[in-house]
Design a protein around this ligand. Structure first.
Ligand code: NAD
Length: 332
């Protein structure tokens, strides 16, 4: 039995985490959940944004499944997601996007994995606003060490999974210093894996290529902000934010969560698609070495996605979150 920290999160978080825990219970997955929460609701109840009990649970279990957490725009508290990623050096944000039979999209044959640097860049939290001068400085700190780690992780993943190519997306023509560090880090990593093709593309061209010929990409590696933007773009290529999984991975801890946010526009209405979080949970099972049950869940999910009428509205279906969940359970 694996002890795993479960963070339901905000907005649609509790609905989609319930879907996943129901499916896990039906499949008798050997996971025992330890529920802890964070964010505004937790603060209102306990006076703690990130409770000490949550940190202790993470440090003990080293694996977590997390729902999305709302972050106020412009003001208010700092993102809890970014805080946890930095605190535990979860430097890899791994986000696979793959065409799924049954999910109707404009594209076919997409099977790419995005490696987003997860602790540095414009998300470093190095910001000052001089009100008198009317100047805001938001510093994109990129380190040689951090760049080496994420680039090596992308190549090592490509090697482990028999992938052929790693593409670095950067803006080194304008942001010369940070961009060059990433190019050099990738070149260094590519020497270790000479059988994997390495190419680099400027981010603006990368966006155009991704929407015109996305099937050319295999593994993509990039800095924090570019990775955040590209992963939502990639989600749009394969069916939307409701279906794309993710993992925040460090050397000692991993937190699995969907790419999407708390979706306040549909929260509490039974409209949320739990696929993205379920797929994140399936990634978590592979991480825990539970490959057989992970494949069983994957198959039940794929079988359900083949029937559009059994899916949620974002995929063109009419099912509620709990009806869709029941269809997956029926297929197990
Ligand atoms: P969002 O991802 O929450 O929603 C964007 C759009 O996608 C909305 O129309 C939403 O309804 C839809 N959508 C998202 N997930 C869906 C699902 N599972 N099923 C069906 N439709 C889904 O992005 P946003 O509205 O820009 O952000 C809302 C909040 O989430 C913000 O506070 C933001 O900071 C936060 N956020 C958190 C995380 C995280 O916890 N990792 C990630 C991204 C955004």
């Amino acid at each position: 039995m694996h002890l795993v920290t479960l963070i339901p999160g905000d907005g649609i978080g509790p609905e989609i985490t319930k879907a996943v825990t129901d499916i896990f219970a039906a499949a008798q997955v050997p996971v025992q959940w330890e529920e802890q929460n964070a964010g505004q609701t937790t603060f209102d109840q306990s006076g703690e944004l990130i409770p000490v009990a949550l940190l202790k649970s993470l440090e003990k279990n080293k694996v977590a499944l997390k729902g999305p957490i709302t972050t106020p725009v412009g003001k208010g508290f700092r993102s809890i997601n970014v805080t946890l990623r930095q605190k535990y050096d979860l430097y890899q944000n791994v986000r696979p996007s793959k065409t799924t039979p049954g999910i109707h999209t404009r594209y076919e044959g997409i099977d790419l994995v995005l490696f987003r640097e997860n602790t540095e860049g414009l998300y470093s939290g190095l910001e000052v606003f001089d009100e008198r001068l009317g100047i805001a400085d938001s510093i994109a700190r990129v380190t040689v060490e951090g760049s080496r780690k994420i680039c090596r992780a992308a190549f090592a993943y490509a090697n482990r999974h028999g992938r052929k190519k790693v593409t670095l997306a950067h803006k080194a023509n304008i942001i010369k210093m940070a961009g060059t560090i990433m190019i050099n880090a990738c070149k260094e990593a590519s020497l270790e894996f000479p059988h994997i093709v390495f190419e680099d593309k400027i981010i603006d061209n990368m966006c155009m290529q991704l929407v015109s010929k996305p099937e050319q990409f295999d593994v993509i590696v990039t800095t924090n902000l570019f990775g955040d933007l590209l992963s939502d773009l990639c989600a749009g290529l394969v069916g939307g934010l409701g279906v794309v999984a993710g993992a925040n991975i460090g050397d000692n801890m991993a937190i699995f969560e969907a790419v999407h946010g708390s979706a306040p526009d549909i929260a509490g209405q039974g409209k949320a698609n739990p696929t993205a979080l379920l797929r994140s949970a399936i990634m978590m099972l592979h991480h825990l070495g539970e490959h057989v049950v992970a494949d069983r869940l994957d198959k039940a999910l794929d079988d359900t996605l083949l029937h559009q009428e059994q899916c949620t509205g974002d995929l063109g279906g009419r099912a509620t979150t709990s009806e869709f969940t029941q269809h997956i359970i029926d297929k197990l």
